[in-house]
Design a protein around this ligand. Structure first.
Ligand SMILES: Cc1cc2nc3c(=O)[nH]c(=O)nc-3n(C[C@H](O)[C@H](O)[C@H](O)COP(=O)(O)O)c2cc1C
Length: 213
């Protein structure tokens, strides 16, 4: 039995009760995230990011969670991409962590804001040189004529930065998601899953309620 199968069976049998939950959803997320990272789930940091365009049309794509702490969820991307254009006009976003192999998912709603350039630089400098060059070379979300254009753009970036450190592109960096709600979903027998939704009360304190599956 794989680790994920073992964990899914264990979590399904144990379930999720209000007594198990941390009063603080950030800690609850941390607990589940540690378990995911310790499992053999492929791409454990991948999350689906939904943004909304100016017609109210939602779009989704996967991004990688790179920083998680009490300030929120940080991912990195191209600031001219489709998602970035959406966030500029409408910062309301939703995240989904698709941990179904473990019988779990976490759904988050909130807002995304750009992180500081200093914070993006700190992350960018930890990236392998190839990823740094790729960030410079990719016209993310733009129509391109063919694959050969990407090779040309990469070559241009390699020539431009053939020596020394590669700087952070001014069109690239992170967004931090500040959650407004968290939902923790645990698969159970007979489709009677456990769901808990955290919201903030009028005093700004987190509170959670059980939802019907
Ligand atoms: C597992 C996975 C992880 C990804 N991680 C990122 C990421 O961290 N940042 C990013 O910009 N794109 C990432 N992508 C690509 C995006 O899903 C998407 O294609 C790209 O960001 C362009 O999206 P947009 O045109 O909606 O802005 C990832 C794709 C997959 C499948």
């Amino acid at each position: 039995m794989s680790t994920t199968d073992f964990l899914r069976t264990k979590y399904m049998a144990t379930g999720l009760a209000s007594n198990d939950l941390s009063p603080d959803p950030y800690y609850q997320f941390q607990n589940w995230y540690q378990e995911v990272l310790a499992s053999d789930l492929p791409e454990p940091t991948a999350m689906s990011l939904a943004t909304v365009d100016e017609n109210g049309q939602p779009w989704q794509r996967m991004v990688l969670l790179k920083v998680y702490d009490v300030n929120g969820f940080v991912f990195f991307t191209n600031y001219t991409s489709r998602k970035a254009q959406h966030i500029t006009k409408n910062p309301n976003i939703s995240l989904l962590f698709p941990w179904q192999a473990l019988g779990r998912q976490v759904k988050i709603t909130g807002t995304a804001t750009k992180i500081s350039t200093a914070e993006s630089v700190r992350y960018f400098t930890t990236r392998p040189r190839g990823s740094q060059l790729g960030a410079w070379a990719s016209p993310q979300s733009q129509v391109i004529t063919n694959r050969a254009l990407l090779d040309t753009l990469l070559e241009q970036a390699m020539n431009k930065f053939h020596q020394g450190n590669i700087p952070l592109p001014d069109f690239w960096g992170g967004y931090r998601v500040t959650p407004a709600t968290f939902e923790f979903w645990q698969a159970r027998e007979n489709r009677l899953h456990d769901r808990f939704l955290y919201t903030k009360d009028p005093e700004g304190m987190w509170t959670f309620s059980r939802l019907g599956p």
